[in-house]
Ligand binder design. Structure first.
Ligand code: COA
Ligand code: AMP
Length: 641
């Protein structure tokens, strides 16, 4: 075993590992790369010949699905559990061994290949939380095809925007999803999205689920997932370059057009394998449960790829933290499947706490298998952190990351070393993330002072390589503001122990129930209503979901529409055009919006007033009277919080 990298060392200090990852970058990541089985082993870690674009393991070739599946079977672990499906909404539990999952994925890959999907082609996956979603993703990886998963809570127009950009050969979907209060019909949404995208030629594969109004019979040229797979020839893993794309995942930018975050194969596999061992402390024979959705980056990394790359068991849960059937659902799943590590969003913990403040339902379950609880997606507020730790009696570990980075920028590497935890902090930078905090002029701020959190280039393996077909937007969005750095878009500070505290976004992105949304895209929908002259959407504090989107709208001159008639129409419009995921429920009619003399709406000031924070009105304000008139409206805006 080589001494000196985080991968093989069983003991050792965080500081040393972190230093090595930056100062001995090549050696560190080449050593980490040994956790992956390569077709051609890389001889170099980083290709920095075209900054600011970087590629990891430039001469390596591999297949990600082989690494996640076949190699564990070949190592004699074919009978070990790879994936446990637990559906709280159907009352179904099913375990897939590594052999079974490999076989399913190989046949799904064969079926997709027969439909014309080859290396580099895109496949959109629009599915609920069922095992076939993971199978479809891994089947794409097997073919060297590029999947783009779209969260089921997005409306047809959002799906269409992603289809238009990714230009897939095939869409894999299901006939329906089950939300606690309703059934989600996917097929009309797919049909509408293909029409909006003007891409009727895209092949559609449907996992038929009983009990939905719309079924395959309505679409004669669409394919039945099960029938295709039953007849398919298994496909072998196709070797791809480490830098070839594995997937595109669209995320909200500050404009209405989502950004297609592109992830590679090699860097991704190496980074995730490192995290399973060192950040989560999970390995073969252990169950990791990430209670998220495959539509989000957390689901990509830690429902599908990470645990399987490590040969562990992943748990795919179809259900909610509360209401399926109660706030004991998470504890039931931990007990039923011997979960070692649970990873969820703080919103889910707050929802459980709200329904069962004393965690009385815990008493009914043996959760002694649980070693650690991880949280991400939004800031883990100290109160929830303390509550969960107290009730569960295990370390509660906040870690901070983004769709773009694919794994934690800051975390507490429990598999490596026991470091103290601090309430309100996701702990320290992970290897390869050279983190700095800069003021608006690009100068470092002092300890304890809040500023822009930036990462010095290059970022570590597994982080985005670019935006799909759009290097220019990638550079403009992330690398231009602070030359030489990636701007995270988050602000925060560092304390004297080097712990980072992430305080919030510096842009117009908000986070509702751990779901990232652009206020700009909601504004675009509201502005499309014939009665609306202009509007501003801001994210206000919400005690359950972290933030909620609230729209302030100004009516067109001469329009006399009552607020109680307009608001339901606006709410319906956002639901129809963005989707239920936006969770947009509140709009307020105002007579004017506060603006600077150059016409910029003072959203930050509005948010500060509504959230009851200290605020300053910029001297560039066009009409101070507008703020004065708005004060009572904004201050009363704390509806439902
Ligand atoms: N498909 C279709 N609709 C979906 C959906 C999906 N996959 N996921 C959510 N929705 C819908 C919900 O049904 C709800 O619709 P409604 O307005 O008709 O009730 C709407 O989107 C808002 O959903 P959500 O914000 O999830 O609220 P909720 O009230 O249904 O549930 C919680 C509240 C706290 C249980 C839920 O927000 C939760 O589990 N949060 C954790 C989020 C998470 O894991 N994020 C991942 C980031 S790591
Ligand atoms: P997403 O790309 O959907 O994962 O959202 C990323 C954004 O969520 C980050 O830029 C942060 O603003 C926020 N976020 C995620 N995890 C955390 C965390 N642990 N603490 C604070 N903010 C977080």
């Amino acid at each position: 075993m080589t001494q000196g990298t985080g991968v093989t060392r069983e003991t050792g200090s965080y500081a040393e590992v972190y230093r090595e990852s930056l100062e001995e970058r090549e050696a560190f990541w080449l050593e980490a790369a040994k956790a992956v089985d390569w077709v051609d082993e890389p001889t170099a870690a980083l290709d920095a010949t075209e900054p600011p674009l970087y590629r990891w393991f430039p001469d390596g070739t591999l297949n990600t699905s082989y690494n996640a599946l076949d190699r564990h079977v070949e190592a004699g672990r074919g009978d070990a559990a790879a994936l446990i499906y637990d559906s709280a909404v159907l009352g179904v539990q099913q375990t897939y061994t590594y052999s079974e999952l490999t076989d399913l994925v190989a046949r799904c890959a064969g079926a997709l290949h027969a439909l014309g999907v080859g290396k580099g082609d895109r496949v959109v996956v629009y599915m609920p939380m069922i095992p076939e979603a993971a199978v479809a993703m891994l089947a794409c990886a097997r073919l060297g095809a590029v999947h783009s998963v779209v969260f089921g809570g997005f409306a047809p127009r959002e799906l269409a925007a992603r289809i238009k950009d990714a230009r897939p050969t095939v869409i894999v979907t299901a006939s329906g999803g089950i939300e606690p209060n309703r059934r989600v019909e996917y097929l009309p949404a797919v049909a509408e999205a293909l029409e909006i995208a003007e891409m009727p030629e895209v092949g559609v594969v449907v996992k038929v689920r009983p009990g939905f109004a719309h079924q395959l019979a309505d679409h004669s040229d669409w394919h039945d997932f099960d029938a295709l797979i039953a007849d398919a020839e298994p496909a072998a893993p196709v070797p791809v370059a480490a830098s070839d794309p594995l997937y595109i995942l669209y995320t909200s930018g500050t404009t209405g057009t989502p950004k297609g975050v592109q992830r590679d194969n090699g860097g991704h596999a190496v980074a995730l394998a490192w995290t399973l061992k060192n950040l989560y402390g999970v390995g073969p024979g252990e169950v990791m449960w990430t209670a998220s959705d495959v539509g989000w980056v957390v689901g990509h990394s830690y429902i599908v790829y990470g645990p399987l790359l490590a040969g562990a068991t992943t748990l795919l849960y179809e259900g909610k933290p509360v209401g399926t059937p109660d706030a004991g659902a998470f504890w039931r799943v931990v007990a039923d499947h011997g979960v070692k590590v649970l990873f969820t969003a703080p919103t889910a913990l707050r929802a459980i706490r709200r329904a069962d403040p004393e965690a009385a339902l815990l008493a009914g379950y043996d959760v002694s298998s649980l070693a650690r609880l991880y949280a991400a997606g939004e800031r883990l507020d100290p109160e929830t952190y303390r509550w969960a730790g107290e009730k569960l009696g295990v370390p509660v570990i906040d870690h901070w990351w983004q769709t773009e980075t694919g794994w934690a920028i800051c975390g507490n590497p429990r598999g490596l070393v026991d470091m103290p935890l601090k309430a309100g902090s996701p702990s320290v930078p992970m290897p390869g993330y050279d983190l700095e905090i800069l003021d608006g002029a690009g100068e470092p701020v002092g300890l304890g002072e809040e500023g822009n959190i930036v990462l010095r280039l290059p970022m570590p393996p597994g982080t985005l390589t670019t935006l799909w077909h759009n290097d220019e937007r990638f550079i403009g969005s992330y690398l231009a503001a602070f030359p030489g750095y990636y701007a995270t878009g988050d602000s925060g500070y560092r304390d004297a122990d080097g712990y980072v505290f992430v305080m919030g976004r510096t842009d117009d992105i908000i986070n509702v129930a751990g779901h990232r949304l652009s206020t700009g895209s909601i504004e675009a929908v509201l502005a499309g209503h014939p009665a609306v002259a202009e509007c501003a959407v801001i994210g206000l504090k919400d005690s359950l979901k972290g933030q909620r989107a609230v729209g302030y709208v100004v009516l067109k001159a001469g329009v006399e529409m009552r607020e109680e008639d307009l608001v339901p129409e606006l709410v319906a419009l956002v639901r129809q055009q963005i989707g239920p995921v936006a969770d947009f429920k509140q709009a307020i009619v105002v007579d004017a919006l506060p603006k600077t003399r150059s016409g910029k709406i003072l959203r930050k000031t509005m948010r500060q007033i509504a959230d009851g924070e200290q605020y300053t009105v910029p001297s560039t304000i066009e009409d101070p009277g507008v703020i004065e008139r708005l004060l009572p409206v904004l201050q009363a805006g704390g509806w439902g919080s």
